[in-house]
Design a binder for this molecule. Structure first.
Ligand SMILES: Nc1ncnc2c1ncn2[C@@H]1O[C@H](COP(=O)(O)OP(=O)(O)O)[C@@H](O)[C@H]1O
Ligand SMILES: [Mg+2]
Length: 248
C-alpha cells in the first residue's frame, strides 16, 4: 500500500531522517518507535505531506531550508510532491502529535467539522463509529471539547481523523501523556478501528510498550536512521528494546 524509499529530510541544522525506507501492507498496524527527536514526527509529516507546507512556510519567511529527498509511493504512485490536502482526499490522514481540537465547539460539532467534505450519510456513519469506538465521547456529545480531559481530547482527535474517511491513518504519539487506564482504552479503540473498518495504521510512539502486542511490524529509529525491525511481539522480547524503551 505504502512504500518509502531512501527518505532523507534535512532541516538546515539537523538531520530529521537519514536514508529511511519502509513498507506498509494493506490492513496492517505498523509501529514506528524511537526516543524523543528520533525522527518519528518528521516521518509522519513526510508521509502526510505536511512537510511540504512546513517547507513552504519556512521559505516564505526566509527561515531555515528544509530538504526532502527520496520517494513516497502510495498504491504504486509517487506522491512525494502531492500537497497534504490531496493526500487526505486520497485516503492518507494524519492525527498529529497532541492534535488540537476546537475547544469552544462541542464534540459533535468537532466531528462534523472534520467530515465537511463528505456526504451526509457518511457523516452519520462516521459519528456512529466514533461513539461506538469511544464511549467517553458518546457520553459528552454536547460538551465543549475544551472541557474534556486530555485523554478524551486525544480520542476526539482520532475520531476526527476517522471522520475524514482514511484508508491509511497516521497517528503521532497517540498515547503521549495519557494515564495507563486511558492508554488501554485507546489501544482497544485502535484494535476496533482495524477490525471494524479495515483501515491501515502507522503509529509513531516513544513509550510503545502498550502497543507492541498488536503491531504487525515495527520500525525502530534512532537519530533518523533505521536501527531495528520486527513484529511487535518479537521486539517485546528484545533486550535492547527492553532497556531503551521499557526502562527494564
Ligand atoms: N522544524 C524543524 N526545524 C529544525 N529541526 C527540526 C524541525 N523539526 C524537527 N527537527 C529536528 O529533527 C529531528 C527529528 O525530530 P522529530 O521528527 O520531531 O522527532 P520525534 O518526533 O521522534 O521526537 C530532531 O533533531 C529535531 O530537533
Ligand atoms: Mg514527535
Amino acid at each position: 500500500m505504502l512504500s518509502v524509499h531512501n527518505l532523507l529530510v534535512f532541516y538546515e541544522n539537523a538531520l530529521g531522517l537519514n536514508d529511511f525506507s519502509m513498507e506498509v501492507q494493506p490492513g496492517m498496524i505498523v509501529g514506528v518507535i524511537g526516543s524523543n527527536s528520533a525522527g518519528k514526527t518528521t516521518l509522519l509529516n513526510t508521509l502526510s505531506g505536511l512537510i511540504l507546507d512546513i517547507q513552504l512556510k519556512e521559505r516564505r519567511k526566509g527561515g531555515e531550508r528544509i530538504t526532502v529527498v527520496g520517494q513516497v509511493l502510495f498504491e504504486g504512485r509517487d506522491i512525494s510532491q502531492d500537497p497534504p490536502y490531496i493526500r487526505a482526499r486520497n485516503g492518507i490522514v494524519l492525527c498529529r502529535e497532541r492534535h488540537p481540537v476546537f475547544p469552544d465547539s462541542t464534540v459533535v460539532e468537532n466531528l462534523r467539522i472534520s467530515g465537511y467534505l463528505r456526504q451526509r450519510a457518511d457523516i452519520r456513519k462516521g459519528m456512529d463509529l466514533a461513539f461506538d469506538l469511544f464511549p467517553n465521547l458518546a457520553r459528552w456529545k454536547r460538551r465543549k471539547a475544551g472541557f474534556l480531559s486530555g485523554g478524551e481530547q486525544q480520542m476526539l482527535a482520532i475520531a476526527m481523523a476517522m471522520m475524514v474517511g482514511p484508508r491509511l491513518l497516521l497517528l503521532d504519539e497517540p498515547l503521549l501523556g495519557l494515564s495507563p487506564a486511558m492508554q488501554s482504552q485507546l489501544v482497544q479503540a485502535i484494535k476496533d478501528i482495524r477490525r471494524q473498518t479495515g483501515v491501515t495504521l502507522v503509529i509513531a510512539e516513544q513509550f510503545a510498550r502498550p502497543l507492541l502486542p498488536m503491531l504487525d511490524f515495527t520500525y525502530v529509529i534512532e537519530n533518523g536512521m533505521l536501527t531495528l525491525t520486527g513484529t511487535g511481539p518479537e521486539l517485546i522480547e528484545n533486550p535492547e528494546i527492553k532497556s531503551a524503551y521499557f526502562g527494564v
